[in-house]
Design a binder for this molecule. Structure first.
Ligand SMILES: [Zn+2]
Ligand SMILES: [Zn+2]
Length: 549
């Protein structure tokens, strides 16, 4: 064990002690030990016990722990602290710029126990009002956590889409005459990407990338592939091939085996024809990249991917928050933004009164907001703002206001936000009760999952979708790239049951309205048709749908 590793153990010990509010004097001694050990230039592991005693700047308690570590491989006190600290909290300790004090506040006040949950809380503006935090801190943290998550093994599509575009351009510029593109999961727009892969032709020696700013070549170039690290975060596998093999390998790395085989049979992938043409010749005209990796897509009829919903089909933006609850922008700012982006309508769905952590609306505030909406609607016609609410589904499945208040809304999105740790039976009874409530129009983020963070409570998807079908309730595909809930694999069943799917950004700021894009991409992966997408309805159609119940 080298000195750096020994030092690191003491740093972690000090951090965990501070996190758990243990003796400040001892905590200080251990963080001091971290610095002293790092500075010490002789390898401690090779020192005699009596010499270790003489290392300057460390006391007897540290010395005995160093000896413990070297003899049994761990420090008992540290292991005990680790045992009472959730894994995700320990991960947060390794996020640069986030110390134990702040983590303790977040853990206690928001019950957050992992980096991705913290990222999500930032998108919902949960940190701004915490003691010692503020808007700037929240923004800084959001960026740091995004970077932290990117340096782990998996990536969220929505977090890296823009950056990967920039990287491709940058490498292209450095390699004039080369052909390159992303392949694999990113090319199929998978919500979670476990491996970033780029294809380059003709054959590229790894040294050619070594001089590029931000690029670290991890392995020397074998024949076909090598690994680079971009800005110490993104691990990218570079596949390289002859130019004539480019299309063939693009398909091999991106498509499922069955589809690839069907294309390869034609022997056209090396003839310079583009991939779209080859797809057409093989009987897959218009098959979009989102479906390239779908299991057995080669056996689906072409009608399956006709009329898939696309970004241009979205006519209205449903489920948004404003400064009435926990949004960053006022109702008017949100509405103007949506109108100017070319949409026909907008539904505000701030949090309901039980969501106190999100400044949920009292009945008085609901009335106030409705009056403002009436005024804005006069001003903005024909653009229309709908009066909605995101009602908490309470413990017993009921909605969050009396019927006379619920009756005043144009639409109610019903979502579970509290007591997420529950068994399937409990989750199902809450959900089904809420779906059967005559005021519910859309079921919000049905499982409560956060990608890369928490699974969500267990539900029986079929039964939930069946209940929505029976009660004329639409299901949300929450478009926040961390949620994408309902999972796209259930969209086929929604369509089979004629349940409408609403692609909602759940925007807590103007910028987040753009999340709709990630919802649409996921919807396309699930084969969602434009006719089954609720917010592809025109203003008139949507109004009619609302009045149906
Ligand atoms: Zn929600
Ligand atoms: Zn919401």
């Amino acid at each position: 064990m080298v000195n750096k590793d020994i030092a690191r153990q003491f740093n972690l010990l000090a951090s965990l002690m501070e996190l758990h509010g243990e003796n400040a004097f001892k905590t200080k001694a251990y963080s001091g030990a971290y610095l002293s050990i790092r500075k010490w230039d002789a390898p401690i592991e090779e020192m005699a016990a009596e010499d270790i005693d003489k290392i300057p700047g460390i006391g007897s308690s540290v010395i005995s722990k160093i000896k413990e570590l070297l003899s049994i491989g761990h420090i008992d006190a540290l292991e005990k602290l680790k045992d009472k600290t959730p894994e995700g909290i320990q991960q947060l300790l390794s996020v640069k710029g986030l110390g134990p004090k702040k983590i303790r506040v977040i853990w206690d006040a928001l019950k957050i126990e992992s980096p991705a949950e913290l990222l999500y809380a930032c998108t919902e503006n949960r940190l701004i009002k915490l003691p010692g935090f503020g808007l700037k801190t929240q923004q800084d943290l959001q960026q740091k956590i995004t970077y932290f998550l990117d340096s782990q093994d998996s990536y969220l599509y929505g977090n890296i889409e823009e950056e990967l575009g920039v990287i491709l351009k940058k490498i292209q510029k450095a390699l004039p005459g080369y052909q390159l593109d992303w392949v694999g999961e990113f090319a199929t727009k998978a919500p979670v990407i476990s491996k970033l892969q780029m294809l380059v032709a003709p054959l590229l020696p790894s040294e050619k990338l070594a001089g590029l700013a931000g690029v670290l070549v991890k392995e020397e170039s074998p024949e076909e592939a090598f690994e680079i690290e971009y800005e110490e975060r993104l691990k990218i596998t570079i596949h390289t091939c002859l130019k004539r093999d480019f299309n063939n390998l693009w398909c091999l790395h991106t498509m499922n085996a069955g589809l690839y085989d069907r294309l390869a049979e034609l022997d056209e992938l090396g003839t310079g024809q583009d991939i779209e043409e080859v797809l057409t010749n093989a009987g897959f005209e218009g098959l979009p990249p989102e479906l390239f990796d779908r299991e057995e897509i080669e056996s689906y009829p072409p009608a399956y991917w006709e009329d898939l919903v696309s970004e241009g089909d979205i006519k209205g933006i449903i489920h948004n928050h404003s400064t009435y609850s926990d949004g960053m922008n006022s109702l008017e700012e949100m509405a103007v933004h949506v109108r100017d982006a070319g949409y026909q309508y907008f539904a505000i769905c701030d949090h309901s009164r039980s969501a106190f952590y999100a400044q949920g609306l009292s009945v008085d505030r609901v009335i106030e907001q409705m009056e403002e909406i009436d005024r804005l609607n006069e001003k903005f016609a024909p653009f229309k703002i709908f009066k909605g609410i995101e009602s908490d589904i309470l413990g017993d499945g009921s909605l969050d206001y009396e019927d006379d208040v619920l009756d005043k809304f144009d639409l109610i999105v019903a979502s579970i936000h509290s007591n997420l740790r529950m068994e399937e039976a409990k989750a199902m009874s809450r959900l089904i009760t809420a779906i059967e409530n005559p005021f519910t129009r859309i079921l919000g983020h049905p499982t409560g999952r956060l990608l890369l963070a928490r699974q969500g409570y267990p539900i029986n998807h079929r039964k939930v979708i069946d209940a929505c079908a029976a009660n004329g309730v639409a299901i949300e595909l929450n478009a926040n790239p961390l949620r994408l809930d309902i999972d796209y694999t259930w969209l086929d069943y929604c369509m089979e049951k004629e349940v409408m799917v609403s692609i909602n950004p759940d925007a807590h700021s103007r910028a987040q309205v753009a999340y709709v894009r990630y919802g649409v991409l996921a919807a396309r992966k699930g084969g969602l048709k434009v006719e089954s997408c609720l917010n592809a309805f025109t203003l008139e159609e949507f109004g009619k749908w609302l009045r149906k119940k």
